[in-house]
Structure formats: structure tokens, C-alpha cells
Design a protein around this ligand. Structure first.
Ligand SMILES: C[S@@+](CC[C@H](N)C(=O)[O-])C[C@H]1O[C@@H](n2cnc3c(N)ncnc32)[C@H](O)[C@@H]1O
Length: 390
């Protein structure tokens, strides 16, 4: 494909991504995969180039752009090769018209920039939320605990973590197939450590998803004790058992919850858990590095619904913790409404509970918890706090 044809393809894909962001449709990665499946003439180099262009445009525009072309014109402002591709050639985009408007460049939508600033993230820390994420892995102690992966760098303070060149084809490594390594951001690894789960503990991973943190917890517990992994999303939770098997985890069971009826389904665990991890559904502002178009999907209304669910889940979790046990509140978001303020409000609703110290290698104190962010810690953004039941 010519450079112009690649840029024009990226513009068409961006139009689909913008439409999906507005209507709650498929994620950018899914849209790209579908587009490539339907356009077999695009070879692997074309696909890589188109993908890069699409993500460059998504990263470049804080607000939802008016069109794919406007987004790509914004990239053209900083990339002469992209600007040159607007040459009107066959399959390429029409030349840039006089005074034609490009989408405004910016890191985040204005309403979110305000909320992030109020949560202590200055402009450069906000921009870092859109940087490219490195590829971190966790070496699985349950499968031997040592691997030699070419180009891997250690991460200070995290003995089981390695950072790999971002383009490493991880799924092709024999260590991956053998369950000796898991793809897991260093921040997620720290959050799992923050739970302080020990061998023999009874742990609930209340929002387990496909089990990323469940598997870390099992490794920290040396596969001794019990983990109940629950979620309301059947498809996600179904991915957990095969992952656990690959990783040699034998202590994790799953239970699908009905939204609104979680407490009933967990009656048998009332006041029984040493640790309950609430890795709550959240806005994901801390994961924009991987998912930059998520910032086009978030609205104040959606954020409100999320914070209500978070508070409800914390209250459900509180009932499941045994006296003296711990509740860990985690969000992959840097908005105080989802992190610091949730913990303050929880303590207001639950007299007698106190904050639990977190044994983590790094993180910045924030409110009654700690925070990790891409600018300061080179991890995804997280807030985590520990709470002890009286
Ligand atoms: C941040 S994700 C969890 C990620 C997961 N712990 C991991 O490490 O990969 C939040 C999860 O909360 C789940 N969730 C949403 N509402 C829930 C509810 N009412 N009860 C339990 N889980 C819920 C979502 O389906 C999603 O999988």
C-alpha cells in the first residue's frame, strides 16, 4: 500500500472508532482486527503502519474528534510524512484544504483534566497517562520461578517482575505456553502484593475478571489456602480456570454473581475471609496507555454510576471480612472520586475500621492509601488502600 492509502485506511478506521466511542460500540483493537480481516490486501507491514497511525491519532486528541480526517490532520501537524500523504493520489486522502480544521490536540477531555488536576495530577502527569506502556511480565513462582527472556530487565523492588521490549511476541515464547510467565503490569503486581495474602489464607477476589490478580495472589500464597474468584461477567470469569490450570494454580475457584444480588450468593463466606480484594470496576484512567480511546467514552454520568457501584461493593466486601481481616480497595484510576474519597467515605460508614499498612516496594502516599502513576512509577495508574475490620 502507498503511504497515502495507509493514511486513508487509518482515517476510515478512525471514523469507526469515533462512532463506537460515541455509541458504546466495540473497542479500537476490535475494530482494527475486524477491518484487517475484511481487507486482506493489507500485508503485515501495512497493518502495523495503519495501526500506528490510528493510535497516534487517538493519543493526539483529548476530546472526541469530529472525524477521522480531522484526527489525522492533527497528526499531520506534527508528522511531515503524514502531512505529505494528503496528496490526492489514488486511494490517498484529498489534499488538505485551505483553512481545513484539524482536531485540537490535547491529552484529556477538559472535564477530566479538571478532575485529574483536582486529584493531584499536573499537566505532565496527565500527558504521561497516554505514553506507550512497556511490556511487563510476572515470573510464576508456581512454575519454577526463573526464566531467561531475551532483553528482559528487572524492576527494582519486584523480584518476580521483568520488563520486556514492547514488541516482544510473548505468546510465542515457550515459557508462556508452559505457564512460567504471565503478562502483568508492574502496578498490578504491586496491587496483588498489597493484599498481603499468606499461604493458608482464605481470600475473596470479588471483582476477579479473568483472574490476573487471582493468579498473583495464588503465587504469593504458594498455592496454599483458598481463593474464591467472583465476578458478574460470565465471559471474563470463564477465562479464569484455563489460565489457572496453565499457571499451576489449584486453590482458586470461581463463582458467578448476579448484579444486585452479590451478598446473597456469598452468604456462606460472611465474616470468613482473611482478605477481600475489591479490584473495583472503574473509569480506567490509569490504563489509558493501553486503551487511549477509553477517555473518549467516559462521561460524568458513567463516572457517577461507577462510584456508586464501588461504594456498594466495598460495603458488600466489608461483611465478608472476618474480624481482624483486611479489605483492599483498588482502582486502576487516578481520580480521587474512585480512590481516596471512596476510602474516606467507607470509614465514615463503617465505624471501628482502620487503615492497614501496605507492604509494597514503591508507590506514593495519597490520602489513606498509595498511588502509582505512569509519570512517577512507570506503571499503569492505580490507587490502593488497605482497611482492617475491628
Ligand atoms: C478492574 S476489573 C477486574 C480486573 C481483574 N481483577 C484482573 O486483575 O484482571 C473490574 C471487574 O469488576 C467486575 N464487576 C463489575 N460489577 C461487579 C459486581 N457488581 N460484582 C462483582 N464484579 C463486578 C467487572 O466485570 C470487571 O471484571
Amino acid at each position: 500500500m502507498t503511504p497515502g492509502a495507509r493514511v486513508q485506511s487509518a482515517i476510515e478506521i478512525l471514523d469507526l472508532v469515533i462512532g463506537a466511542a460515541k455509541s458504546g460500540g466495540a473497542a479500537a483493537d476490535t475494530i482494527l482486527a475486524r477491518w484487517f480481516a475484511g481487507h486482506r490486501f493489507a500485508g503485515s507491514k501495512d497493518r502495523r503502519a495503519i495501526r500506528e497511525l490510528v493510535y497516534a491519532a487517538i493519543r493526539r486528541c483529548g476530546e472526541v474528534p469530529a472525524s477521522g480526517r480531522a484526527a489525522m490532520l492533527s497528526v499531520a501537524e506534527i508528522d511531515a510524512n503524514v502531512a505529505a500523504a494528503f496528496d490526492g493520489s489514488t486511494y490517498g486522502p484529498a489534499p488538505i484544504g485551505p483553512g481545513e480544521a484539524a482536531a485540537v490536540a490535547g491529552a484529556v477531555p477538559a472535564w477530566l483534566a479538571e478532575a485529574l488536576a483536582a486529584s493531584g495530577l499536573d499537566e505532565s502527569a496527565q500527558a504521561a497517562l497516554l505514553e506507550r506502556a512497556p511490556l511487563d511480565i510476572r515470573v510464576n513462582r508456581l512454575r519454577g520461578g526463573t526464566v531467561a527472556v531475551e532483553g528482559a530487565e528487572p524492576i527494582d523492588g519486584l523480584p518476580d517482575a521483568l520488563r520486556l521490549p514492547a514488541d516482544t511476541q510473548i505468546e510465542r515464547l515457550p515459557e508462556y505456553a508452559a505457564g512460567a510467565i504471565e503478562v502483568q503490569d508492574a502496578g498490578s503486581q504491586i496491587v496483588a502484593l498489597a493484599c498481603g495474602a499468606k499461604p493458608g489464607d482464605h481470600v475473596i477476589d470479588l471483582c476477579a475478571g479473568a483472574g490476573g490478580k487471582t493468579l498473583s495472589l495464588a503465587a504469593a500464597m504458594a498455592n496454599e489456602g483458598t481463593i474464591l474468584a467472583t465476578d458478574t461477567d460470565r465471559a471474563r470469569l470463564q477465562r479464569l480456570p484455563p489460565r489457572a490450570e496453565r499457571a499451576g494454580v489449584t486453590i482458586a475457584g470461581t463463582r458467578l454473581l448476579d448484579p444486585g444480588r452479590e451478598a446473597v450468593a456469598l452468604e456462606d463466606w460472611r465474616a470468613a475471609a482473611d482478605v477481600v480484594l475489591v479490584d473495583a470496576p472503574c473509569s480506567g484512567t490509569g490504563t489509558w496507555r493501553r486503551n487511549p480511546e477509553a477517555r473518549w467514552r467516559l462521561t460524568p454520568e458513567r463516572l457517577n454510576r461507577l462510584t456508586e457501584t464501588q461504594a456498594r461493593l466495598l460495603d458488600i466486601a466489608a461483611d465478608l471480612v472476618r474480624p481482624g481481616g483486611r479489605l483492599i480497595h483498588v482502582v486502576c484510576s487516578l481520580l480521587d472520586a474512585e480512590g481516596r474519597d471512596q476510602v474516606d467515605a467507607f470509614l465514615g460508614r463503617h465505624p471501628g475500621w482502620s487503615t492497614a499498612p501496605l507492604d509494597v516496594p514503591f508507590g506514593s502516599p495519597h490520602g489513606l492509601g498509595i498511588r502509582l502513576d505512569p509519570a512517577h512509577h512507570r506503571t499503569d495508574g492505580f490507587f490502593v488502600a488497605g482497611l482492617t475490620k475491628p
